[in-house]
Design a binder for this molecule. Structure first.
Ligand SMILES: C[S@@+](CC[C@H](N)C(=O)[O-])C[C@H]1O[C@@H](n2cnc3c(N)ncnc32)[C@H](O)[C@@H]1O
Length: 403
């Protein structure tokens, strides 16, 4: 780093010792000023209270040029900032950097905020907070934050959460979403079916049962997900079912001596791929010529997700990373797929909020009426194009691979 662009400021790492301690980052590993080594494990930069979020892009590029690929960017935004302003800074750092933690520093103490919630750090506020009150972003390279090790570890840890909670108020909605994708396009009876990024396996299981598939294969990066999907397929009575561990960019199926699959389903996966092109290149050869592909994911352009990006400083990386269905369609067409149909499903704001209220406070009272709205909305959207795709939080498309 040769010079710090104005109005960025160099800070003293020891002033942030409490936070660095919480991050288990030794002060000696934190670069703070121009001219320090170009592959530092961490870089601390300050933006004064007067600075606006337009600087975000500049900070992102500066940090990317100066930090090791696994490095941590610590960006201190001095002063009180609104949630919207913090969200705008986060948007400026993306897509180079993903913010996963925000510390709020004040004379009253220090709070750590992650997607899991907020926690106050133990101990009194350091004296330095009298000078440095504000928000400190902790960010990592997007590609690293979404890398294979992080993905595997995250989904292994949360695998049971992705299996749904039978009997819980959210379960009908959970299963409805999987069923919607699984049944979106008919699969020829007796097909060999692959679930690409299977999670707990429900999309593949629903499709295999509904369309009488001859066999079900599935894979996921998370060994725990594969274990749960295997157990779910057995419990669902699918006789020829087999799972493997692996990533879509280098799929472990079909095996070397196997033909590509007659039908492939992938639901809610591509938004986790740091490079969607590499992911699509892994997907395409898994589908036999003349075979069927059903792919679905979250709709980044929906009104609800747009609002979240404007208002929430912390968001899951996949929400920021999700590609548009139009871009993915273009990518697949370039790989020899013929588009059949597209639909939106899951109506956007205020439906997810209403569903949440129903599940958390109303013992599921509104769940079925809301699912009914979703069903009607998706059906009219698919047939008439009304409501438009941006009125949904998810999309699904079907394709045929050309002969
Ligand atoms: C949101 S869950 C969806 C699971 C399942 N398809 C469903 O609809 O319930 C996303 C899944 O994608 C997997 N995944 C993440 N990155 C992946 C990648 N690059 N290739 C294949 N699967 C991936 C995760 O391990 C996780 O199980």
């Amino acid at each position: 780093m040769d010079t710090l662009p104005r109005p960025l400021t160099a800070l003293a790492a020891p002033d942030f010792a409490q936070v660095l301690d919480d991050l288990q980052l030794p002060v000696s590993q934190v670069a703070t000023s121009p001219g320090e080594e170009r592959s530092a494990p961490a870089l601390l930069l300050g933006a004064p209270a007067s600075s606006g979020s337009k600087l975000g892009r500049q900070v992102a590029e500066l940090a990317a040029a100066n930090l090791a690929p696994t490095g941590t960017l610590l960006l201190f935004l001095e002063g009180r900032r609104s949630q919207r302003e913090l969200a705008a800074w986060r948007n400026g750092l993306w897509p180079l950097w993903h913010v996963s933690v925000i510390y709020t520093l004040s004379t009253a103490g220090t709070t750590r905020q992650t997607l899991a919630g907020s926690e106050r750090l133990e101990g009194q506020a350091p004296k330095a907070h009298r000078v440095h009150s504000g928000s400190l972003f902790v960010a990592r390279h997007r590609v690293h934050a979404m890398g294979p090790d992080v993905t595997r570890e995250k989904f292994d840890a949360n695998a049971s959460g992705w299996n749904g909670d039978p009997g819980g108020p959210g379960y009908p909605h959970f299963r409805w979403m999987r069923r919607f994708v699984a049944c979106f396009a008919p699969i020829a009876p007796g097909a060999r079916l692959l679930d690409f990024g299977c999670g707990a396996g429900w999309c593949g299981i629903e499709a295999a049962k509904r369309y009488s598939a001859a066999s079900l294969r599935f894979f996921d990066p998370s060994p725990e997900m594969v274990r749960i999907a295997t157990s779910n397929a057995a419990a669902a009575g699918i006789e020829d079912a087999l799972g493997r561990t692996g990533f879509g960019e280098a799929p472990p199926l079909p095996a070397a001596d196997e033909e590509p699959f007659d039908a492939v389903i992938s639901s809610g996966v591509v938004s986790f791929a740091p490079d969607p092109e590499a992911w699509l290149a892994g997907l395409a050869p898994c589908v036999a010529r003349g075979g069927q592909l059903v792919i679905g994911d979250i709709m980044r352009e929906s009104q609800g997700f747009g609002r979240r990006r404007r208002e929430k400083p912390l968001l899951p990386a996949r929400e920021l990373n999700a590609a548009s269905p139009a871009d993915l369609r273009q990518g697949l067409e370039g790989l020899g797929f013929e588009h059949q149909k597209t639909a939106g499903y899951q109506l956007t704001r205020p439906f997810p909020e209403a569903m949440h209220l129903s599940e958390t406070h109303l013992k599921g009272l509104l769940t079925y009426p809301l699912l009914w709205c979703n069903q009607i909305g998706a059906a009219t959207g698919a047939v008439l194009g009304v409501p438009p795709l941006t009125r949904f939080d998810s999309w699904v498309m079907s394709f045929r691979r050309r002969d």
